[in-house]
Design a protein. Sequence first.
Length: 189
Amino acid sequence: MIIKPSTALRNDYGSISELAHKEGEPIYITKNGEGDLVVMSIEAFEEREEILRLRAELEAIETARLNGAKTYTLEESWNRRGKSAKMAELIISEAAQKDIDEISRLHHQLVGPKSAAKAVDRIFMALSRLRDYPLSGRLAQDEALYRMGCRLLVIGKYICIYRLIGDDIVIYRVADGRRDYPGLFKKMK
């Protein structure tokens, strides 16, 4: 935790700004010995906002699942694209299914049907391995996601966000790690 008096902000803004950018964490400003403000770089603020948005999204998906929202087993999700397979029963949220459908659509549109099939096959194969190795994804480093037990599985350029609930593996999202949720991925080591 970095704590600075308000006089440092007033008299030496440049060094406070440099410190905020270098450390990437909030700087607590005191006034008369009491906490008064928090200062942080725009990058740190945007990262924090993105993490908070992701937390809210995952909580909404979980609430919807608990309230009976449509979910998919891995086999149902796989079969949506016209293939049949005997796969492990993983629970795929509606949001994750939309992610997979969008990945397939984008690959099909940008590169062609073979690329779409290859990209989605790779995702499904990685998800199917979770049945045998459910702890293979790393725990999220964000404290709230960590407390929820969320895990992150890297599948090429995609990140699968999931967690174990009893005997179920719930897939929440499958996101492009280069583009989606950049704040979360900066926190991972």
